[in-house]
Design a protein around this ligand. Structure first.
Ligand code: SF4
Length: 331
C-alpha cells in the first residue's frame, strides 16, 4: 500500500488541482471506510457521483409506486427503497396503511405472481428485470444507464478530470463502451488496494494527457461485457429520457418496458396521472450526487437528517454518500 501511495504522491507533485469522481456506491463505501481521501495529496480531490441506484430514483417514481400500492396494486420492491421519502409518505408508511408491498432481495422471489416489480438501478440490476419480464411479470421501471449521466456531469458545473468507473456496471456493459466518454477512466474493483491503484492509474493517464480507459478489474470485466445480458435487456426494455433525482431529465438515460401489457405505467395510467409530486426543498441530494456538495455541508446533515429520520434518499441507501459519511465519518 505504501508503495502505491508514494507513487500517487510523486505523480501528483507537478499536477494542478485535480478532481476524480467515483460513480459507484460500492467504491464510495471503500473510499470512506478506509479513509482513502485522507491518504491523498491536497491537490487530488475525490468526489462522489450519482452511483447509488436508490438515490437517483426520482421522487415522482417513488410517489407513483406508493400511489399504486395505496390503490391495491401488489408491489415488490428492493429493501433499500422502502424508506425513501416521497411527497406524502414512504413505501414503508404505505405498507403501514395496509398496502401490500413485499420487500425482496431478488425478483425471483415474486416471479410469475401478481406483483408489480418496482425496478430500479443501473446496468447491474437490469438483466434480472429483463428476466422477470421474459417470464411475463409486470414492471414499473425506473432503470437508468450510466454513460449519459456521466456525459451530463462532464458538461456540468464541476470540472471532472477523470472517473473511477463502476466495476459491476462494467461487468455487464464491458470496458469498450466507456471510450465514448473521452476522458481518463479506470474501471476498478472494490478492494482498497484496487481503488488506490485505480487512482494511481488515472493520475498516470491525466499526466500523459491520455483520455483512455484502463481496465483494473480484469478478473470480472471483459472488453465486450456480458453479451447475453445486454441482448436480453434490449429485447425487453427500450431507451427513453429519464428523470434523475436532483439532476433532472437526461436524454436517453433510462430504460422503459417495451410491451405495454407488462408496463405498469401504461397498465395503471388512470391511477398514475393523478400523482402530484412536490420535491422536498431542504434536501441537497442533487448537489451531493453531482459532486458539488459534501454531505457534511448540507445544513440538515446530522441535524434534521439522520439514518433514523432521513430527509433524502442519499441518507437512506447503504450506497448513499450521506449515509456512508454518517456511518464512517468525514468524507
Ligand atoms: Fe439530503 Fe439529508 Fe443528504 Fe442533506 S444530509 S443532502 S437532507 S439526504
Amino acid at each position: 500500500m505504501k508503495k502505491i501511495i508514494d507513487s500517487i504522491k510523486s505523480l501528483a507533485k507537478n499536477m494542478p488541482p485535480t478532481t476524480i469522481m467515483e460513480v459507484c456506491g460500492g467504491h464510495t463505501n471503500v473510499i470512506v471506510q478506509y479513509g482513502i481521501r485522507n491518504l491523498l495529496p491536497e491537490n487530488i480531490r475525490l468526489v462522489s457521483g450519482p452511483g447509488c441506484p436508490v438515490c437517483v430514483t426520482s421522487q415522482h417514481d417513488i410517489d407513483c409506486v406508493i400511489e399504486l400500492a395505496l390503490n391495491k396494486v401488489k408491489i415488490a420492491a428492493y429493501g433499500d427503497v422502502m424508506r425513501v421519502p416521497g411527497t406524502r409518505m414512504t413505501l414503508d408508511d404505505a405498507r403501514g396503511k395496509g398496502a401490500i408491498i413485499k420487500e425482496i432481495y431478488s425478483v425471483t422471489e415474486v416471479l410469475e405472481k401478481d406483483y408489480v416489480f418496482f425496478a430500479i438501478g443501473f446496468e447491474t440490476t437490469t438483466p434480472m428485470t429483463a428476466y422477470a419480464l421474459s417470464k411475463g411479470m409486470s414492471v414499473y421501471s425506473s432503470h437508468k444507464i450510466m454513460i449519459p449521466a456521466m456525459k451530463a456531469l462532464l458538461s456540468g458545473d464541476l470540472k471532472i478530470d477523470g472517473f473511477i468507473t463502476p466495476g459491476h456496471v462494467s461487468a455487464i456493459l464491458g470496458s469498450r463502451e466507456w471510450k465514448l466518454l473521452n476522458v481518463p477512466q479506470v474501471i476498478s474493483g472494490f478492494k482498497p488496494e484496487q481503488v488506490l491503484t485505480s487512482i494511481e492509474k488515472i493520475l498516470q493517464l491525466i499526466s500523459r494527457r491520455k483520455k483512455s480507459v484502463v481496465n483494473n478489474y480484469e478478473e470480472v470485466v471483459r472488453p465486450e461485457g456480458n453479451r447475453k445480458a445486454k441482448k436480453m435487456m434490449m429485447e425487453q426494455l427500450k431507451l427513453v429520457d429519464s428523470d434523475w433525482r436532483g439532476i433532472g431529465n437526461i436524454p436517453l438515460s433510462g430504460l422503459e418496458v417495451r410491451k405495454p401489457k407488462q408496463n405498469a405505467k401504461k397498465q395503471y395510467n388512470e391511477i398514475l396521472k393523478k400523482v402530484n409530486t412536490k420535491e422536498f426543498i431542504g434536501c441537497r441530494c442533487g448537489d451531493v450526487l453531482k459532486g458539488l456538495l459534501e454531505p457534511e455541508d448540507c445544513p440538515l446533515y446530522k441535524e434534521a437528517c439522520t439514518p433514523a429520520t432521513p430527509k433524502g434518499a442519499c441518507m437512506v441507501s447503504a450506497e448513499g454518500a450521506c449515509s456512508i459519511t454518517y456511518k464512517y465519518g468525514k468524507i
